[in-house]
Design a protein around this ligand. Structure first.
Ligand SMILES: N[C@@H](CCC(=O)N[C@@H](CS)C(=O)NCC(=O)O)C(=O)O
Length: 214
């Protein structure tokens, strides 16, 4: 695919855009990344508003088409790829794969996002006192199941590496930034993913520093 046809808008620091970046690399696409600094108003431009009226990242431009929603973008890239698939097709495996993604999207990520908005992004949002603690409690409660999945098999949701591993790498390391403890087996799982050829170093940026957003 031609580079000028696949453009990823990301932040100057780690964000959900790194999920898409990793997917692009795993599937061997050629792409261009445009990095914007929201703290310098670079996402408040007419150009980005036109691409995504909510002015959020990631945005992927593919020819005439504009895509938003990180997970949906990853699935699209997988669908149109000439390379191997990063999503299981056998119905039972596909069920467990989708179940893992839906669980993260509905039971973990919303609470992490509220935790983020009520801590590091506090100045931009208006959550009442106690919101952060409540959100973190919910993450702690719901993420236990994920530790069981990691203990049970090499990859999180299927026999092979899948988009779910990219998604959960981001989610687990995001949770770590809020001091959510995980088992030692989980660290081994993260290391396995980090050793992949296509793993983007940009994905590491947020894990060990509390100054970087998600
Ligand atoms: N559900 C969306 C969430 C997008 C999102 O909230 N992106 C964050 C960065 S990770 C953002 O741009 N936030 C800016 C804002 O909330 O104004 C996705 O997965 O793509």
């Amino acid at each position: 695919m031609e580079v000028d046809k696949l453009i990823l808008y990301a932040y100057t620091f780690r964000s959900r855009a790194e999920r898409v970046l990793w997917t692009l690399r795993e599937l061997g696409y050629e792409y261009k990344v445009i990095r914007l600094n929201p703290f310098k108003g670079e996402t408040r431009t007419p150009e980005l508003s036109k691409l995504n009226p909510s002015k959020k990242i990631p945005v992927l431009v593919h020819g005439e088409n504009v895509f938003t929603e990180s997970l949906a973008i990853m699935e699209y890239l997988n669908d149109v790829s000439d390379s191997h698939s990063l999503a299981p097709e056998e119905p039972l495996e596909a069920f467990y794969y989708r179940k893992a993604l839906h669980y993260g999207l509905t039971e973990i990520e919303p609470y992490l996002w509220v935790a983020e908005q009520s801590s590091r992004l506090k100045s931009l949002y208006n959550w009442p006192d106690g919101t952060y603690e409540n959100a973190i409690n919910q993450v702690n409660k719901n993420i236990g199941i994920v530790w069981q999945w990691v203990e049970r098999s090499k990859y999180i949701a299927s026999k092979e590496f899948s988009l779910a591993d990219i998604y959960y790498y981001h989610l687990i390391t995001w949770a770590s930034q809020h001091n959510i403890e995980h088992l030692s087996g989980v660290r081994n799982y993260l290391s396995l993913l980090e050793s992949r050829h296509a793993f983007p170093v940009e994905m590491l940026a947020g894990e060990n520093t509390k100054t970087q957003p998600i």
